[in-house]
Design a protein around this ligand. Sequence first.
Ligand SMILES: Nc1ncnc2c1ncn2[C@@H]1O[C@H](COP(=O)(O)OP(=O)(O)OP(=O)(O)O)[C@@H](O)[C@H]1O
Ligand SMILES: [Mg+2]
Length: 257
Amino acid sequence: MTTVNPAAAVQITGLQKAFGDLEVLRGIDFEVARGEVVCIIGPSGSGKSTLLRCVNLLEEPTAGQVYVGGVELTDPDVDIDAARRRVGMVFQQFNLFPHLSVLGNVTIAQRKVLRRSAEEADRIARDNLVRVGLADKVDAYPAQLSGGQQQRVAIARALAMGPDVMLFDEPTSALDPELVGDVLGVMRKLALEGMTMLVVTHEMSFAREVADRVVFMDGGVIVEEGPPSKVIGDPAYERTRRFLSRVLDPAAAEVEE
Ligand SMILES: Nc1ncnc2c1ncn2[C@@H]1O[C@H](COP(=O)(O)OP(=O)(O)OP(=O)(O)O)[C@@H](O)[C@H]1O
Ligand SMILES: [Mg+2]
């Protein structure tokens, strides 16, 4: 029987996810406190995206519970749409509507899902575009923006829904290196403002600097977690060390192999 921690922004207990015979998540337990920034790292295929997608109910877990703000998303009777609104998600691919302006992209879900008036949605969109440093781009179309700017529009779009938690799945890995810093800068600011964030990333310097906690996943389980100075700086497990040496110094890892 699960004890619900009302202070946790996200609580995950015994989470499992299988696709047919493939067990992708094999029993995940963890909590994210309000205002906490947790970075998830781990090799390709370890289940990081699947974990985020279960927190957002884009995937239905095979077993276990997911609570956001004390509400069980995995309860069959939960109001799924209401529950989903508590969770903002930013993907590697920005998924903006190409035929809508920046303002249109940031207002559409507010209008359709939250049923906000045009004026209110507009005001909230503009406020959030200021927050991500794009006040001057409200009337631009996605094709007129850099990848970094498009990703910041996607962040503003998620923030405009007023989520309790923001999930980021490798938000900078599709960007040219010179555009990565702007997006990480916006995320760093959100963290400082007290946003609860769960971030899958390969940006180890960001994780070191911004994360309160780092979670290393491999093979569908959490291998270790702790402060970045510990998990990245002085990992307890060989699996973590091997992963980090590949990410931090790919050339050396190739020589090793
Ligand atoms: N819808 C799906 N159907 C079948 N298998 C899936 C599905 N989604 C993910 N998988 C499998 O689950 C495993 C974990 O995938 P996941 O995307 O969660 O990994 P990841 O840690 O995010 O990897 P990456 O770092 O490459 O993004 C992979 O073997 C993947 O092929
Ligand atoms: Mg992934």
